[in-house]
Design a binder for this molecule. Structure first.
Ligand code: HEC
Length: 408
């Protein structure tokens, strides 16, 4: 497709993901700049300011028929990280989510699925629409999934909206997420998470005596012993990289393909290749990371790297195998090539045995991925690694599943 986004100095992954939008763009732009300067002669910041002005007018006047200009404006402004443009996008998404229009609502869902960094914003828009009118199951699923990423006011909106639904996400992962999101909120807002937890878990049985989050944390550890504790991650003592210093590497940085150049080399150097595959590189003991950039936002990836045991994959359960000879092996249980069994441990070592040698198998809520893998890497290397892992250039979007959540 030869069409260039006018006025965008950097390439725009957001727009490239939406071919329909790219095709329609010239229409909107023509409308907005009619009789005026040609688009590429207008400095980007004033163009954005004018676009925001147009959006404000459209939001006042739209009578529920033509949402396309707002969708186009959202796609254009979303690549501008200034607070003005971001808050304009937030208002657009809210209007679209509240609209009684399939295309408008679809755009909000597309933003959620295709742009992990804007997932919280899309979820908050759907949440605020759900507060004023009954939501559908599709929106409910999206709101539940957003618990992996929402923070601050977005988190409050989502926790409140989820209480409006009859459905309960009572699978351990989601209960834990609701507790964790609650713990990130200021003390005064935590009760909102506690109310959702009462709805989902029916604990305590007499809601007249509500629990606080600490009580849900304790209950959770008893009720879901195979899950990691519902506590926020803590930086390891003496860690070279902390959650904060790691986040700091990306503040104000617009990741470009150049950042990714060293990614594959760092992936090998850091030993990730022993357990992960990305495209043609690496092995398959752990999850395939090829489409990671579609599935996870950067903050989630950083958390996986720093605190592997915060989020455990169901498909990669760590087990403790006690063998009849009195020894134990801890790691991922696999079938070995010769038909026997093996455990693949955190150091990527393999211990083989026969099924008949197994005394017992217990689950272990600690990741088979080693912690501290980043400590030998420089800031530049981490940036390359994360830029490369989260880039979706040339990588098809994976099929979306519902993450196995339950409902009643
Ligand atoms: C010894 C094996 C092992 C090594 C080495 C390892 N990982 Fe992992 N990793 C895993 C396993 C197993 C999981 C999934 C289960 C879990 O989270 O406990 C995982 C999970 C992840 C996830 C989350 C995946 C998702 O779908 O959300 C990311 C991201 C990740 N690893 C990146 C890395 C990177 C980058 C490195 C190198 C710095 C690395 N891992 C090194 C085994 C490993």
């Amino acid at each position: 497709m030869g069409y260039q986004m006018p006025g965008n100095s950097h390439s725009s992954p957001v727009v490239l993901r939406s071919c329909r939008a790219v095709l329609l763009w010239p229409l909107l732009l023509a409308a907005l700049t009619a009789g005026d300067l040609a688009a590429d002669e207008v400095p980007a910041d004033s163009r954005e300011a004018r676009l925001r002005q147009q959006v404000a007018e459209l939001l006042e006047t739209t009578e529920g028929s033509d949402w396309i200009p707002l969708i186009m404006a959202d796609l254009e402004l979303s690549t501008d990280l200034s607070p003005e443009s971001q808050s304009c996008c937030r208002r657009i998404l809210q209007a679209l989510a509240a609209a009684d229009d399939e295309a408008a609502q679809q755009h909000v869902h597309t933003v959620f699925e295709n742009e992990p960094e804007r997932r919280g914003m899309a979820a908050a828009a759907i949440a605020s629409a759900a507060l004023t009118r009954p939501g559908n199951l599709r929106n409910w699923r999206l709101l539940v999934r957003s618990l992996n990423v929402v923070r601050d006011t977005e988190a409050v909106a989502v926790l409140q909206a989820l209480q409006r639904y009859r459905q309960r996400a009572n699978k351990g992962h989601w209960v834990r997420r609701a507790i964790l999101v609650g713990l990130t909120l200021p003390e005064s807002d935590r009760v909102i998470a506690a109310r959702l937890l009462q709805h989902w878990t029916a604990q305590p049985a007499r809601p007249a005596e509500p629990w606080d989050l600490a009580q849900y944390q304790q209950w959770f550890s008893r009720e879901y012993p195979d899950q990691p504790l519902a506590t926020l991650p803590q930086d390891a003592a003496g860690a070279v990289w902390t959650a904060q210093s790691l986040q700091g590497l990306f503040v104000g940085v617009h990741l470009t393909p150049e950042h990714s150049a060293e990614g594959p080399a760092v992936f090998e150097k850091a030993g990730c290749v022993k357990c992960h595959r990305r495209s043609a590189l690496g092995a398959t003991a752990g999850p395939d990371l090829t489409s990671l950039g579609w599935r996870r936002q950067r903050a989630e990836v950083l958390e996986s790297l720093l605190f592997p045991s915060q989020e455990l994959h169901e498909e990669y359960p760590t087990v403790i195998v006690a063998l009849r000879d009195g020894t134990t092996a801890v790691g991922l249980l696999q079938r070995s090539a010769d038909g026997g069994m093996q455990v693949f441990n955190v150091a990527a070592e393999i211990r083989k045995f026969q099924q008949s040698e197994i005394e017992s198998i217990r689950s272990h809520a600690v990741s088979a991925m080693p912690a501290g893998t980043l400590d030998r890497l420089t800031a530049e290397e981490i940036r390359s690694l994360v830029a490369w892992l989260t880039s979706v250039d040339g990588i098809p979007q994976p099929h979306q599943d519902d993450d196995g959540q339950e409902e009643e």
